[in-house]
Design a protein around this ligand. Structure first.
Ligand code: 2M8
Length: 443
């Protein structure tokens, strides 16, 4: 291929991808928010909306702010941003577990609108910053001004009420809070949660009506998910004394890296709206130090989730361990070690990648290339690593990863996830954050 035909082919691919991504986001727009998928996820999801806003900023900036505004309108009084905001007018089929199961109305400080009671990774402050940077102007500064106190309250909730381990990091109370629901990272801490898959006979899962059961969590996983919601709901979603009464408390490297990165984003936002950026930078540095002191395993040279109840790091090597790379002040020893892990045969990151980035160590005996977060390639974890590579000026590796992400979507479409060897599309075929992050990677 000559240089000019190469450039033309690239322009053609970009136009094709842009058109597909925009059509996917438009089709999933629902009055004041975007559903992740019309079939599988017919409500608003917290971290999905942050990724979606990042993509919308490139094509529909007004909608990007609307997306974030709608989500934060459902913020609880204590600052938590619920992981699902239910749409009472949804015309799609039912979702399990739905609003009756969560029963947020009986919790103190919940909003009028039905929501879940748990959270997801706090990627919203960096998203707001990227939306502003992409389409700056008076309206965008006004939007940042409105959002800022809500973003600060979200951080305060996570670093305050959720610091169950007492070491300056947030604990998750449910695997759903990590966003990587059935990641092998949760196998060890989940084993301590009493559950029996027969429990699921009392409920009706709807996910397996829309996606192959072999590509979804198992019934035993769901039995544990249900047990954990029941435990947290029994205390009306209060966070006091969690250590003594809740069976799952884990410090997740992705959630906490997002918490740290958010402080640096808040510092930038503060500068634009005339607030003091200093305290945010200090908090970002403190969270970075806490991640290194609590989640770093010097023996293997990797970051791992900390099981707070058992007070130990979990054994599985998952993509979560690569996420602290997004922290701008991560010490150079840890930067080098994360890059070594990412470039190892476990994850295969390279300037020219021959296979997509998996979500789990592809050399592990229990690597499952079809099952959700237990192996398949996801665009959001790839995009987060891409951000980390750019933060630490690894343009060579960033270019290889970006190319691999675009190639996946170009060949298979805006799927929810992809087979990590063949690139075949899995899960929902019209998934919003895939579309949104492709738009961002194209820019
Ligand atoms: C998936 O999680 C939901 C529960 O929250 C589910 O499986 O029903 C995860 O992939 C999560 O990260 C994502 O936010 C959500 C909606 O896309 O779906």
């Amino acid at each position: 291929m000559t240089l000019t035909t190469g450039v033309r082919a690239d322009a053609g691919r970009h136009a094709r991808l842009r058109g597909l991504a925009l059509a996917t986001l438009d089709a999933n727009w629902e009055h004041d928010h975007t559903v992740p998928s019309r079939t599988l996820y017919p409500h608003q999801w917290s971290w999905d909306s942050a990724f979606i806003a990042i993509g919308l900023a490139h094509v529909r900036p007004d909608r990007a702010w609307r997306e974030l505004r709608t989500l934060f309108a459902a913020q609880w009084v204590d600052g938590r941003v619920p992981h699902i905001v239910f749409n009472p007018a949804s015309r799609a089929g039912p979702y399990f577990p739905g609003p009756q199961f969560w029963d947020s109305a009986r919790a103190d400080g919940a909003p009028a609108r039905a929501t879940s009671g748990i959270v997801q990774p706090p990627v919203h402050a960096p998203a707001a910053w990227l939306v502003h940077r992409r389409a700056p102007g008076e309206a965008s500064v006004a939007a940042l001004r409105r959002l800022y106190p809500r973003l600060v309250a979200q951080q305060r909730y996570l670093t305050g009420r959720r610091d169950a381990g007492g070491g300056g990091l947030a604990s998750i109370v449910h695997p759903w809070e990590s966003g990587l629901d059935n990641s092998p990272a949760w196998d060890a801490p989940l084993a301590a949660v009493p559950a029996d898959e027969a429990v699921m006979r009392a409920y009706r899962r709807h996910d397996t009506a829309h996606a192959d059961a072999a590509q979804r969590p198992t019934d035993l996983d769901y039995a544990r998910y249900v047990a954990l919601v029941e435990s947290y709901r029994a205390g009306r979603y209060r966070d006091e004394a969690l250590l003594g009464r809740h069976p799952f408390l884990v410090e997740c490297p992705l959630v906490n890296a997002a918490l740290g990165v958010s402080e640096y984003a808040l510092a930038r936002i503060a500068t634009v709206i005339g607030a003091d950026p200093g305290p945010h930078r200090d908090r970002g540095a403190r969270i970075t130090e806490a991640i290194v002191s609590r989640l770093w395993d010097p023996v293997t040279g990797t970051f791992r989730p900390r099981d707070v109840r058992a007070d130990r790091l979990v054994p599985a090597r998952t993509v979560l361990g690569l996420m602290p790379l997004a922290l701008p002040e991560l010490p150079s020893a840890q930067v080098s070690a994360v890059l070594a892990e990412a470039c190892s045969p476990r994850f295969g990151l390279a300037a020219r990648m021959d296979r997509p980035l998996p979500t789990y160590d592809r050399t592990a005996p229990d690597f499952e290339p079809l099952r959700y977060w237990r192996g398949p390639s996801w665009i959001n974890t790839g995009w987060l690593l891409w951000q980390g590579l750019r933060t630490h000026r690894r343009a060579d590796l960033a270019a290889g990863l970006r190319e691999s992400l675009l190639d996946l979507v170009d060949r298979a479409g805006c799927h929810e996830y992809f087979h990590p060897d063949t690139g075949v599309g899995l899960g929902s075929p019209a998934f919003s954050w895939t579309a949104a992050l492709v738009l961002d990677a194209l820019a």
